[in-house]
Design a protein around this ligand. Structure first.
Ligand code: SF4
Length: 394
């Protein structure tokens, strides 16, 4: 092992472009032309190089590079990057960081946005995991939520991804969509299971203020609370029967295929964010980048960019913040929390901080405590937001 690489962090890259906005989406993404994409990619590559350089000059690194166990290209639609744009980004990454030889490198893709040539290029660059957004196998639902693709488009892209040699594929599905019935969701799950991806994420629609779907909410029929619970139950049941283990509130994987990058977030590990709006956590400081693309690109086009000007928020975490985060994020995972690790990381006894509330929630059947381990029960997972709120400290 290279002893200069004393520290490691995952990397998130934000690609803020989409063919068209989906009706429910409030992520930082927008349609843009080739020139805008090229300009952003160049800025992103420059930011990666500059941050890598500045980290390697710090004490402790001795000119070495930060070790990176996982990279996640999210968005937006990262699969809008042309092979040469992707090459630019990966070139910068490999120059600036010590990407682990077995790194998990995930890329989000939307059906219909890739060709066989693009997929081969991404794979040659090191992408090892593809995350495909399906949402539903029902074309009417896909149209109602403004997706750019049909179910058939998804099938073609899925097959192309497999043909390009990707052996770690995730598919996103959504429930609680307007007009969605249990039978529709069941069919979606059955179709996905038939294709046997290694990983499935299942999210409930959240109506975000300001989105077209939110504006139209009064003219639409959304599943009631009871049906939402039934959606969840159906998802667990069908995926468990097909050999997928739920390892986080919304994520299921075949053995050995849990997303390492996301597990790192939930376990409170360090990660660096690049691109507009990207969040990071490094050495107990949370930060978020500026969200304006022009500001971001213009700064990185200067002869000597000021990296601090790219950061919109910087929040050093207090001990209480870190303990709360450990609970909020750690309990989302079915593995739960280790009391011993909590004590080792925070220098304080778990039970002294959370013993009382843990006992109460366990008595209500929301938490399971066995020896060192504290985790949500299946019932606790269903109402996880309510349970997690109990771990806020004064
Ligand atoms: S593809 Fe994803 S990021 Fe783009 S608009 Fe749709 S939901 Fe948002």
């Amino acid at each position: 092992m290279d002893t200069a690489c004393v520290k490691e962090a995952a990397i998130y890259l934000h690609i803020p472009f989409c063919v068209r906005k989906c009706a429910y989406c409030d992520f930082l993404s927008a349609p843009a032309g080739d020139d805008a994409r090229r300009r952003y990619t160049a800025a992103l590559a420059r930011q990666i190089r500059l941050v890598g350089e500045s980290l390697s000059q710090r004490r402790g690194f001795d000119g070495g590079k930060l070790r990176v166990p996982s990279v996640f290209l999210g968005g937006g639609t990262p699969s809008l990057l042309s092979p040469s744009e992707a090459e630019q980004v990966f070139g910068a990454l490999r120059e600036a960081f010590a990407i682990a030889p077995d790194a998990e490198i995930s890329m989000e893709m939307n059906p219909g946005t890739v060709t066989a040539e693009k997929l081969r290029a991404y794979r040659a660059l090191g992408v090892s995991r593809v995350s495909l957004g399906l949402q539903s196998a029902d074309d009417r639902l896909l149209a109602a939520i403004g997706r750019i693709h049909t179910y058939e488009d998804f099938g073609r892209t899925y097959d192309a991804v497999r043909e390009a040699g990707f052996t770690n594929v995730s598919v996103d599905v959504m429930s609680s969509l307007p007009g969605q019935t249990l039978a529709m969701h069941e069919r979606t799950l059955a179709e996905v299971i038939k294709r046997a991806p290694e990983h499935i994420s299942s999210y409930s629609l959240i109506l975000e203020e300001g989105t077209p779907l939110y504006e139209k909410r009064d003219q639409l029929t959304f599943p009631d609370e009871e049906t939402e619970v039934a959606f969840d139950a159906l998802t667990h049941e069908m995926l468990a029967a097909a050999g997928y283990r739920r390892y986080e509130v919304s994520n299921y994987a075949k053995p050995g295929y849990a997303c390492r990058h996301n597990l790192r977030y939930w376990q409170g590990g360090d990660y660096l964010g690049f691109g507009i709006g990207a969040a990071g956590l490094f050495e107990a400081v949370r930060y978020r980048a500026v969200t304006d693309r022009e500001t971001y690109c213009a700064e990185l086009e200067k002869a000597a960019p000021d990296l601090r000007a790219l950061i919109a928020e910087r929040l050093p975490l207090s001990l209480n913040d870190r303990m709360e985060e450990r609970m909020f994020l750690g309990l989302r995972c079915t593995e739960g929390i280790s009391k011993a690790r909590f004590a080792a990381d925070f220098g304080t006894d778990y039970d002294r901080i959370y013993g009382k509330i843990t006992g109460q929630l366990a008595a209500e059947g929301l938490l399971a405590v066995s020896g060192d381990n504290v985790r949500l029960t299946a019932f606790g997972m269903d109402v996880s937001n309510r349970v997690l709120a109990e771990f806020l400290l004064e």
